[in-house]
Design a binder for this molecule. Structure first.
Ligand code: HEM
Ligand code: SF4
Length: 572
């Protein structure tokens, strides 16, 4: 593997020295290790039978440990999706030593281990703590991992790098004493690009960072009350611009109002989206403003010195001056059509000349969406060290990203990825499916979701056909809770139980991006075999109707749902 000119390797520093992950200070480290030992004692009491599973439940949930259908599941926080290669190697080791040799990346940029033994969990958490990682606030009714744009700090279309603000929010929300027992879980997403890649409008709070052209001031448009689940809502705009120094105070006001008024009487009505919509957005926003006016502003003021200090963790890596065009990249594309195909879907424009952002597909045809084996994680870590300053990102679409690859390095990178089963040219295409764990793991599931995703991918295995179809996002949930984002799939699939049998409803027209929209159910569901044919019918209808250059969602917007319904339900 060529490695002669990778800046990370030429320096005396560790290969991941420039990875933009937040490095813990002594306070953080001590806290995390103490927390592990506290949990170890709790686990021991559980194993000795001194506490029941019911008594243990709130304790384990404080530490990211769920009980699924067949086993415990440990959800590990990946703050805003940023990982160093050292951390990725540690995740690979944990998967190999303590689990079944793989990890699962989630739609909230975290990673889950599906089969840990209870007695091993404290040791796993200790191994995580050694690399500045933990599982705190990955479950429970608290503020969860703040998610963001996987291309942050690299994308050409970015106006503000959201990572420093995501980190400020993380520090504010971690162990926040007032917001540890909210009415329900609380999810915040933030983007700094006009092209929303973080699905901000389906979050409890969505922040769009922006910079005032004239003053250079950074601030946020604040959205509130979005969410999926059984009652989906798009968020409403609460304020057009909250300057960065006021953002904690403003969010504090939102959380205080929700904490007081959120419905604790009914778990299905406990999310902020329900409070906003039952009360009416204007009234809710009025209450936020009243609370905000009452708050001791100075206490929540974000000190510019703190912003600067956190900024140092996210300094740009030492990019070098490169020509815009790479001859070797162009030659490789001309010589190798499979590589050329990958470059069309899996590369995104970088803000620095001569570099590109590479998306690593965790959706091989027939594979389990979002799963990565230990050896694959190790390959990704090695490639990150070689080609991307030792940094790896997780996307909410359950893929990985190397954000700073020299164009010259793209061909060797892709060859290595492809050899490891990670080079599928399908980012954003029909086989790049989000699927929840469904009946394979989840105790709440009505239906399978992973096998449906696998079978759709297999039906459309021909990459030329996928590329011809263009961008088309399928998202599948195994029940109404919508963990698989079916409400915002261009084609959403919802698994329902009908007299003990699995059925699958199709939703059309959802969108998680800048033009966020909730899909609508087109009609009665299909059985396990019928759903694959039904998806193909929808796709064929699109192919018949599309005008040159249109992608699925554009054709659907132009024609409406009627022709799709007709094709799906017309009697022979
Ligand atoms: C297998 C165990 C799981 C259980 C029991 C579970 C349970 C739930 C429940 C009950 C909801 C609805 C919450 C509400 O509307 O208030 C929900 C929503 C959600 N879950 Fe899960 N989930 C599981 C796994 C996952 C996984 C693996 C992911 C990520 C891939 C995930 C991501 C989400 C997302 C994105 C939502 C909808 C967004 C929202 O919070 O409104 N869940 N989950
Ligand atoms: S959508 Fe339903 S089946 Fe799927 S993971 Fe969530 S709760 Fe389980």
């Amino acid at each position: 593997m060529p490695d002669t000119h990778s800046p990370a390797l030429r320096s005396n520093q560790p290969a991941d020295a420039h990875a933009a992950v937040y490095r813990y200070d002594e306070f953080d480290k001590t806290f995390i290790f103490e927390r592990v030992e506290q949990f170890r004692a709790q686990v021991e009491r559980r194993l000795k039978g001194e506490i029941t599973e019911e008594e243990f439940k709130p304790i384990r949930l404080m530490n990211g440990l769920y009980l699924q259908l067949h086993a415990y599941m440990l959800r590990v926080a990946v703050p805003y999706g940023m990982l160093s290669s050292t951390q990725v190697r540690r995740l690979a080791r944990i998967a190999r030593v303590y689990d079944k040799g793989y990890g699962h990346f989630t739609t909230r940029q975290n990673i889950q281990f599906n089969w840990p033994k209870l007695e091993d969990v404290p040791t796993i958490l200790r191994e995580l703590a050694e690399v500045d990682m933990h599982a705190i606030q990955t479950s429970g009714n608290c503020i969860r991992n703040v998610t963001t744009d996987q291309f942050c700090g690299a994308a050409a279309d970015e106006l503000v790098d959201p990572r420093v603000y995501a980190e400020i929010l993380r520090q504010w929300s971690t162990m926040h004493p007032e917001f540890t027992y909210l009415p329900r879980k609380f999810k915040i997403a933030i983007t700094g690009s006009p092209n929303d890649r973080a699905a901000v409008q389906v979050h409890d709070i969505g922040l769009i960072a922006k910079k005032d052209e004239v003053t250079g001031r950074v601030g946020f448009t604040v959205y509130v009350g979005g969410g999926q689940g059984r009652t989906p809502y798009l968020a409403v705009k609460a304020r057009d611009f909250v300057p960065v120094e006021e953002i904690i105070g403003y969010l504090e006001a939102i959380l205080r109002v929700y904490n007081q008024l959120g419905r604790r009487d009914n778990i299905y009505k406990a999310r902020i989206k329900i409070t906003v919509n039952e009360m009416g957005a204007d009234k809710f926003i009025g209450l936020i403003e009243e609370e905000y006016a009452r708050l001791p502003r100075q206490k929540f003021h974000v000190d510019p010195a703190i912003v600067d200090a956190i900024q140092t963790h996210f300094a740009p890596p030492p990019w070098v001056d490169l020509p815009a065009v790479s001859d070797s990249f162009e030659a490789a594309k001309a010589a190798d059509p499979a590589f050329a195909r990958w470059t069309r879907t899996n590369l995104t424009e970088h803000k620095t000349r001569g570099y590109a952002i590479a998306t690593i597909s965790l959706k091989p045809i027939g594979g389990i969406p979002g799963d990565a084996e230990s050896s694959q994680l190790e390959t990704v870590a090695d490639l990150a060290d070689l080609y991307s300053f030792g940094e790896v990102r997780v996307t909410h679409e359950q893929n990985l990203v190397l954000a700073h690859v020299r164009k010259d390095d793209l061909y060797p990178l892709w060859k290595a990825l492809d050899a490891a089963g990670l080079g599928t040219a399908n980012a954003g295409l029909i086989s790049d499916i989000i699927a929840c764990p469904g009946l394979d793991y989840c105790a709440l599931a009505n239906t399978r979701a992973i096998p449906v995703a696998q079978r759709i991918a297999e039906r459309f295995a021909d990459l030329d056909r996928q590329h011809d179809l263009g961008e088309l996002k399928i998202k599948i949930s195994g029940c109404i809770n919508a963990c698989g984002h079916h409400h915002v799939g261009h084609i959403g699939i919802l698994g329902v139980d009908k007299k003990g049998e699995e059925f699958f409803q199709i939703l059309l027209g959802g969108d998680a991006g800048t033009n966020a929209a909730l899909g609508e159910i087109v009609g009665p569901g299909f059985d396990y075999d019928g759903i694959i044919d039904a998806v193909e019918t929808v796709v064929n209808t699109f192919v018949n109707l599309r005008q040159p250059g249109e992608i699925f969602i554009q054709t659907l917007a132009r024609t409406g749902h009627a022709p799709f319904k007709e094709a799906l339900y017309a009697r022979a």
